[in-house]
Design a protein around this ligand. Structure first.
Ligand code: UD1
Length: 435
């Protein structure tokens, strides 16, 4: 298992480029199921979740070509040979977003067997709203042997009102609606930019969609979609993580190739916390420390509120701010797994229900810590960048799920970060207490 060894204390200086959005790439790949033509996606990040999605497609018979060479960020998906619409447990259990294939499989093939995702580190994460929506569109769904079995002739347009705002739920049902017969009206939809990204691809494939990116989406179903070529948005969570990296290290960092209009809540909060943030253009932000960081509360919300996917990284920053910051998590239960590890590095954090009270500034000291999920791992890397001494961060496979070449990107702007693979494994084997 790979680890990062990070020596803290270096301010990050220079320019860091943001990759394509993992959370746009995954639904956009699923959208390729809706057509027998080729779909080419550009700006695909080289992260492990994309490889998992590729394996899922291959297991169903589809072809996914990752383009080698200069433009490694391009993939072409061809679902002509997709004959086995089954999302197997072995894959779904490692990536819950695999349930995104449910809607498109039912819409195109009239059947899908998708393993029921189990619990995960950040909470139960059910998919009941995906199921309810498909049932309203005429699918029959049963559960057997840990699999959802969905069957339908042609799905029918329906009036869907989400009980709760769900990102992948909105995306899954949007993909089902584009091939359904008649009109689908979806209300209380997620307004995340990734939903709008998916809708833009679907529109390029011939779908008729209005309102994506707002709470109400109206879809006129069509009988077939064609192939398309589409460039997905930059990753706003990776961009936000870099903004915090610049701020927490007291550096001077330019975050390039992002979409600043997607970063509103994060940028406002950083300014409130005393960080100097300058938007240099629609795709470039400069972040600099301007004296001491000040405590500022956050409360996670659906977009355009402060993203839950930035909560753990913000908490690392809050440990360095003067005063008391309240960090409230409203989207997922159990998304404070990073707290114990930050505390082991010297942070002063108390959790009470869904609120963490962070008292700062704390002098962080390097420690051996363990990643528990994707964003928690980013939080530990950020803390290690300012901790005194050399931290060893274990289970970085969580980080690899969603951050492309993170150690190369950070070391290019001055971080002392190294990936250790076999060296550590060998050392651990020889002496289990040495690492
Ligand atoms: C997506 C993102 C994830 C992000 C999350 C919230 C992807 C691949 N993942 O996850 O990075 O953290 O949005 O911004 O895009 N819920 C139900 N029933 C459902 C579906 C969801 O109760 O059928 C609940 C969840 O348990 C959670 C809340 O709704 O409490 C929001 O979850 P949701 O927006 O669905 O998260 P994901 O789409 O899984």
């Amino acid at each position: 298992m790979d680890k990062f060894v990070i020596r803290g204390g270096n301010p990050l200086v220079g320019t860091i480029r943001v990759s394509g959005a993992k959370n746009s790439a995954l639904p956009c790949m699923a959208a390729a199921i809706l057509t027998a033509d080729e779909v080419t996606l550009e700006n695909i990040p080289q992260v492990h979740d994309i490889e998992t999605q590729r394996r899922l497609f291959a297991s169903m018979g589809a072809a996914v070509e990752m383009h080698e060479g200069e433009r490694q960020d391009r993939i072409t998906i061809d679902c002509r040979a997709l004959t086995d619409p089954v999302a197997r447990y072995e894959i779904v259990k490692t990536m819950r977003a695999s349930s995104l294939v449910l809607g498109p499989l039912v819409a195109r093939f009239g059947r899908a067997d998708v393993a029921v995702p189990g619990g995960c580190a950040i909470g139960g994460r059910p998919i009941d709203l995906h199921i309810k929506g498909l049932e309203r569109m005429g699918a029959e769904i049963t559960q057997e042997h840990g699999y959802l079995k969905a069957r339908a002739r042609r799905l029918k347009g329906a009036h869907l009102v989400f009980d709760k705002i769900t990102v992948t739920g909105t995306e899954d049902l949007l993909m089902a609606a584009v091939l359904a017969e008649g009109e689908t009206l979806m209300e209380n939809c997620a307004r995340e930019p990734e939903v709008a990204d998916l809708a833009a691809l679907l529109t390029a494939m011939g779908a008729k969609i209005e309102g994506a990116g707002t709470a109400t989406i109206r879809v006129q179903g069509v009988s077939r979609l064609h192939g398309a070529r589409y460039r997905i948005n930059p990753d706003r969570i990776e961009a936000g993580t870099f903004l915090i990296a610049g701020a927490i290290t007291g550096g001077d960092l330019i975050v390039a190739n992002c979409k600043t209009e997607h970063l509103g809540a994060v940028i406002s909060k950083l300014i409130e916390a005393g960080v100097r943030v300058e938007v240099l253009g629609p795709g470039t932000v400069r972040v600099r420390a301007a004296g001491r960081l000040r405590a500022a509360d956050i409360s996670t919300e659906e977009y355009p509120g402060f993203p839950t996917d930035m909560q753990a990284q913000y908490m690392a920053l809050a440990t360095q701010a003067e005063g008391v910051s309240l960090v409230t998590e409203n989207i997922f239960e159990n998304r404070f797994m990073h707290v114990q590890e930050l505390v082991r590095m010297g942070a002063n954090i108390k959790v009470d229900g869904s609120t963490a009270t962070v008292r700062g500034p704390a002098r962080l000291s390097a420690a051996a810590v363990m990643c528990s999920d994707l964003r928690a791992s980013a939080s530990l890397v950020l803390a290690a960048l300012v901790a005194e001494g050399e931290s060893v961060i274990d289970r970085v496979y969580h980080m690899d799920r969603g951050y492309e070449s993170i150690e190369q990107k950070l070391s290019a702007v001055g971080a002392q970060i190294q990936r250790m693979g076999n060296v550590f494994a060998a050392r651990e084997q020889a002496d289990p207490v040495a690492v």
